[in-house]
Write a protein that binds this ligand. Sequence first.
Ligand code: 3PG
Length: 211
Amino acid sequence: MTPTEASAAALDLCRMAPVIPVLVIDDLAHARPLAEALVAGGLPVLEVTLRTPAALDAIRAMAAVPGGVVGAGTLLAPEDVAAAKAAGARFGVSPGATDRLLDACESNDLPLLPGAATASEAMRLLERGYTTQKFFPAEASGGAPALKSFASPLPRITFCPTGGIDLKKAPDYLSAPNCLCVGGSWVAPKDAMQAGDWGRIEALAREAAGL
Ligand code: 3PG
């Protein structure tokens, strides 16, 4: 897959819903009901972070949920890309980008949403063909005003800002001309997962889907 193809696929995913849930799954038993709740609430594109021992099996379990598109987040190294792909991830997300990581995604045919926090990082990715990028860490890097400042000088790049965004902050980002959707963990609170309160998570997803 070329970078242009990878980026076009990421663009399509980012257009499916206003929010991509960023999920940290500790208990594999939570994976399927969590995915079902989020999809039922109107958020089909799900990012499972590779930060817990259960993450790859969680991707496997969630990939079977009808209507969902499950990807792997926190891709840091080429090994992560191969493992994510083998688990059934349909896209990848990374906090930043290295040439080795980009090479791995392209050779594994895994669409990627690569992270950038500065104009130079975004330009490097653009040079390689990545026109759809994750703006990370969004809040710490200047928030919605910083993202909006990229729109005029970098008109060919559209972003999914992630990092410190919640329901209240999301509308400001989504009003930016270069913002496709936002990423965030607020739709899947740890306490709700631990309590098995899938109804609450579905309600949070529905609220986010209405943004
Ligand atoms: C992350 O941890 O990848 C992002 O920062 C999203 O999580 P947050 O919505 O909790 O910031």
